[in-house]
Design a protein around this ligand. Structure first.
Ligand SMILES: [Zn+2]
Length: 230
């Protein structure tokens, strides 16, 4: 099954990617089971949380800590992971929101974050950089985003537009937000080099053949973005 991923991060030995429609609705256990089986990853080593469109991130600094989290009976509420250590990973669900990965020079610290417009408006991309640095990130940071809603389809009303004054597009009397521009501004503002930021233009809302889209379909069907360090 196709996976969207970043060759730079694969070269650092980090298995990761975003699924598409072909992999099925990733809210269903049978579909995540099939994905991780195909990748030969033990699904119990993949951390999950309850996504709440916040700016809350959970830092996990070892496999032991990951295993402790897995034994808790209720999922924590958050929208991002900051991961150190090996032998475990994490996953998030999206269907228009931005699955954002940020990592340091040797990918010794990797962030995987569910960035909805609310989180982005709350400076979540900038916060990721600060948290990576607090968790021992070394050298230059790099960033990549999986498929998400792009400025061609992200039409907003005035209340949302007001939160992104420098990333608005006006077309036929309607307002659209360019989330890639906002994410780039926040990351570079926090010290990430522009050339290290790659946000490929795959529009979940505009490409029905390949992606699920909450805005287009109003269903809960979702794609999975995961990261795993062997
Ligand atoms: Zn589009």
């Amino acid at each position: 099954m196709p996976l969207y991923s970043d060759p730079r991060l694969l070269a650092l030995g980090v298995i990761h990617g975003t699924t598409d429609r072909a992999a099925g609705n990733m809210r269903l256990a049978e579909n995540t089971y099939r994905l991780f089986k195909a990748l030969e990853i033990n699904e119990t080593d993949i951390l999950r949380f309850k996504q709440i469109h916040s700016d809350r991130l959970i830092c996990v600094s070892s496999r032991e800590e990951a295993q402790r989290i897995q034994t808790q009976c209720t999922l924590q509420e958050a929208d991002g992971w900051i991961l150190r250590g090996e032998g475990f990973g994490a996953a998030i669900l999206t269907a228009d929101c931005v699955p954002l990965l940020v990592w340091d020079e040797k990918a010794s610290v990797v962030a995987l974050v569910h960035c909805g417009w609310r989180g982005i408006a709350a400076q979540l991309p900038a916060k990721i950089v600060q948290l990576l640095q607090k968790n021992g990130a070394q050298g230059d940071l790099s960033a990549w985003a999986g498929p998400h809603i792009q400025s061609c389809c992200f039409e907003v009303q005035q209340d949302v537009a007001e939160k992104f004054p420098s990333c608005l597009l006006h077309k036929n009397g309607k307002l659209y937000v360019d989330l890639n521009k906002e994410i780039t501004c926040q990351l570079t503002g926090a010290g990430v080099k522009t050339e290290n930021i790659r946000l490929p233009y795959h529009c979940t809302c505009g490409d029905k053949a390949r992606f699920f889209s909450y805005r287009r379909e109003h269903t809960k069907d979702a794609m999975l973005t995961f990261v795993y360090k062997p």
